[in-house]
Design a protein around this ligand. Structure first.
Ligand SMILES: [Zn+2]
Length: 94
């Protein structure tokens, strides 16, 4: 009977541990969903699915964009036509 008691205690402990963990997860999930991280990720996914982002300079959807880092630290995606402007500015492709 001692073994049965030990097993029951272990099961109870495992059950309590499981409940505490699941409660911690459910408590953490609302914080994640209310943060801005998920909406931004969704936007990125929809953009990558369509595969057509407008050029940062001419705003045309002109196929694949190449991303350049500007002097002020911002990143711009440029189409074929605007890559020459980026090279003239000595912008670095990412
Ligand atoms: Zn362009």
């Amino acid at each position: 009977m001692r073994y049965v008691a030990v097993i029951v205690i272990l099961l109870v402990l495992a059950f309590v541990y499981f409940i505490v963990r699941s409660r911690n997860r459910s408590a953490a999930n609302p914080r994640v969903s209310t943060s801005n991280v998920i909406p931004i990720d969704r936007n990125h996914k929809t953009k990558s699915k369509s595969g057509e982002q407008p050029c940062s300079y001419c705003k045309k959807k002109n196929g694949k964009l190449i991303f350049y880092a500007q002097d002020n630290g911002t990143v711009v995606g440029l189409c074929k036509d605007c890559r020459g402007k980026a090279k003239k500015r000595d912008m670095l492709p990412l």
